[in-house]
Design a protein around this ligand. Structure first.
Ligand code: FAD
Length: 285
């Protein structure tokens, strides 16, 4: 296992007044274990760029930990993205997660409407306009993006994002460690050496886990799905089972070379912190 694996936490801009009120406490609890950074989603679930910016500022105010915005380009223009990049640079942002974003439900192809069609074009644009001012993370899909024409086509796309200037990648959630190892082998053969950090989704509910997996094309192993279904009305037992499954996944990943872990916190401190404890991760010096 890596000696001191680092870890990062993902937040989303809260969509309810209760969520907004709760956020500072969640950030403070998570910040206590000193993650490498907090990233903040954009556009997912209908949040707008101001929501991302406000949440980013909440991270800065309540944690002192690096705050990293996700930037999606679907339906956007070069001018709008340029304005946002300037705003982020003024705010001291040093790292960006560059994404295409999810297409509108009416979309007929994988190509996004607007002036950017795929995330590699966004990465090129950031590099052209801001040089190396930002570290750029992109998305990787060990189990293949659901709209990809094929596994090979999806991998070629990933390579295009790296060639456009990505410094690192965060993966979509997955529960099959082998998918990550296979992806890493392909990267190795293709000469791709950037760090590819597994995205880890804690399991705390049967319905949500099924929904998250089907929404992003992740495979939920049959035995896990059936066990979660059995335990869905016994919350403590389900939480314990989920914790065991995800702890084992993380241990396997770290033992076999994953450079760090990126936790999808869903704006809840407890599930991620329990995992963090089980993994005996330490507070960085
Ligand atoms: C770590 C992480 C964070 C995320 N954060 C957010 C967020 O904050 N907000 C949000 O809305 N969504 C987010 N998402 C979801 C993401 O936006 C979706 O998965 C989206 O559908 C794809 O974005 P991408 O950047 O991977 O797109 P791309 O890399 O552009 O790929 C999209 C699809 O197009 C295909 N493709 C790419 N290039 C070409 C080409 N030249 N010709 C044909 N096909 C091509 C790819 O194979 C893939 O199927 C996140 C995902 C991950 C893994």
């Amino acid at each position: 296992m890596n000696k001191q694996p680092s870890f990062s936490f993902e937040l989303f801009p809260p969509r309810t007044p209760e969520g907004v009120a709760k956020l500072p406490a969640v950030i403070a609890q998570l910040a206590a274990v000193r993650p490498h950074y907090f990233s903040v989603t954009h556009g997912a679930g209908g949040s707008d760029q101001d929501g991302t910016y406000d949440t980013l500022m909440a991270v800065v105010q309540h944690s002192g930990v690096e705050a990293v915005p996700h930037l999606t380009c679907v339906g956007s223009t070069r001018a709008k993205v340029a304005t946002l990049l300037d705003r982020y640079r003024e705010a001291g942002v040093k790292r960006i997660v560059a994404l295409r974003g999810d297409l509108p439900a009416t979309a007929m192809s994988a190509s996004a409407p607007g002036e950017f069609h795929y995330a590699n074009e966004l990465v090129s644009f950031i590099r052209q306009t801001h040089g190396n001012a930002f570290t750029i993370e992109v998305a990787a899909y060990p189990e293949v993006h659901p709209q990809a024409a094929s596994s090979d086509a999806d991998f070629d796309n990933f390579r295009r994002k790296v060639e456009a200037g990505a410094d690192g990648a965060l993966t979509q959630l997955f529960y099959n460690a082998e998918a990550y190892f296979h992806f890493m082998e392909r990267c190795d053969k293709a000469g791709i050496t950037i760090p590819i950090v597994p995205g880890i989704m804690p399991i705390t509910s049967f319905a949500n886990t099924v929904r998250f997996c089907s929404g992003c094309g992740a495979d939920l192993p049959r035995w896990v799905r059936l066990r979660l279904e059995d335990l869905q009305y016994d919350k403590p037992a389900l939480i314990e089972f989920g914790l065991n499954v995800v702890t084992r996944l993380c241990e396997t990943l770290l033992r076999n070379g994953a450079p760090s872990l990126h936790f999808y916190t869903i704006n809840q401190a407890e599930p991620t912190l329990k995992l963090w404890e089980r993994l005996s991760l330490s507070v960085p010096a």
